[in-house]
Design a protein around this ligand. Structure first.
Ligand code: NAP
Length: 342
């Protein structure tokens, strides 16, 4: 069994970790933290977790993780970096769902996140937790930077095209839509019901924190890669829909086969038949990225449609996939639930 701790157990990603881990056959939840709910039974706060009658929230104190093999940080940015060195020194592995270890250029991270990084040496050691790109490195990692939700949807839409050098890599446009759970559980006017329902709006057109992360990953595959990334807020709870455009190099007639071949062994990327339209609801609650690729011969462009559940393949499910790899378990263990439709 793998003994795990979850720091930030009352946030949307933390609750989702708990929901998914509750049916994982090789995981024991040793500790789950919340400063605001310390002492309270988890089952009292979340009705869907009433099975976990004996589990209580505790304060996020470093000593309480001593029996853990691995700790998930489902916390705001800058929390994990305060405890990472102590945990790693004690032989405890870490998966950070926030952005503390995602960006290799410390100056760039400090610019986008508006904070001073307290353990830059660990950033160099951290592995970006996208198994479709870094599976072997994740297996050997002690510190994994779980990717951001938008980056997962955009990067997976582009990897086969970049790998085959099939696009003008500087021509990428990623038009992305997210449900409001992407903003977390803390109340804010911007995500209140009356503000988001029956309305759609773009935000952060001039730069979102996920832009440097997407750029870093794409440019590691193709130095020329550059993109315009525009996120939108949708009146739905979960889900990301990325529509990714790029200019084709040469004919795109074989692109369907390129995607099917590239992802043929991937347990959590589903390439749909040519001409398909993936729906966010088809991956709701599932650790899946569902993709369809379209080629427009008259304009020589690709349009790739990619959907994920931001809380699952975009956060908690991805983190469990990484945990399975880091702990020598079967990669898809505990992650085989299908999406909920309708
Ligand atoms: N929501 C998504 O779709 C999504 C997707 C991918 C990645 N992420 C990332 O995952 C992380 C968590 O996101 P979320 O949406 O689940 O956030 P959230 O709903 O705002 O929850 C944050 C959690 O962290 C705890 N927390 C806050 N400050 C803390 C501190 N200083 N020390 C210890 N615990 C603290 C909170 O509980 P207490 O205040 O009671 O301690 C709460 O349980 C964020 O970094 C986010 O960017 C989120």
């Amino acid at each position: 069994m793998v003994n795990v701790g979850i720091v930030g157990g009352t946030g949307y990603s933390g609750i989702e970790l708990l929901r998914l881990l509750s049916s994982h056959p090789q995981v024991n939840i040793e500790v789950i933290t919340s400063r605001s709910n310390a002492g309270k039974p988890v089952a009292e706060e979340f009705q869907n977790l009433r099975d976990m009658a004996e589990l209580r929230f505790s304060e996020p104190e470093i000593d309480s993780y001593q029996n853990c093999d691995l700790v998930f940080f489902a916390t705001p940015n800058t929390v994990a970096m305060e405890q990472a060195e102590a945990l790693l020194s004690a032989g405890i592995k870490i998966i950070d769902l926030a952005a503390d270890f995602r960006i290799k250029d410390i100056g760039l991270w400090e610019k986008w996140y508006g904070a001073t990084h307290t353990c830059p040496a660990l950033v160099a050691q951290a592995v970006y937790g996208l198994p479709e790109l870094n599976r072997d490195a994740i297996r050997d990692a002690v510190l994994v930077a779980n990717p951001g939700c938008y980056p997962v949807s955009v990067i997976l839409a582009l990897l086969p095209l970049l790998d085959q050098n099939s696009i003008n890599a500087a021509s990428i446009i990623a038009d992305c839509k997210s449900g409001t759970s992407g903003a977390g559980r803390s109340a804010s006017v911007a995500t209140a019901f009356c503000e988001v329902t029956e309305s759609v709006k773009a935000y952060a057109v001039d730069g979102h924190r996920h832009l440097p992360e997407i750029r870093q990953v794409l440019q590691a595959v193709n130095k020329q890669a550059e993109l315009v990334f525009t996120p939108h807020l949708m009146p739905m709870v979960r889900g990301i829909h990325a529509t990714v455009y790029a200019d084709a190099r040469g004919s795109g007639d074989k692109v369907q086969q390129v995607f099917e071949d590239y992802y043929s062994d991937e347990p959590f990327v589903d390439v749909m038949p040519a001409g398909s339209y993936p729906e966010t609801r088809s991956v709701k609650g599932a650790n899946q990225c569902r993709i369809a690729v379209h080629y427009l011969p008259d304009r020589n462009k690709y349009v790739v449609l990619s959907v994920i559940d931001n809380l699952v393949k975009g956060a908690a499910g991805q983190a469990i996939q990484n945990m399975n790899l880091m702990c020598g378990l079967e990669e898809s263990m505990g992650l085989n639930a299908l999406g909920i439709m309708p």
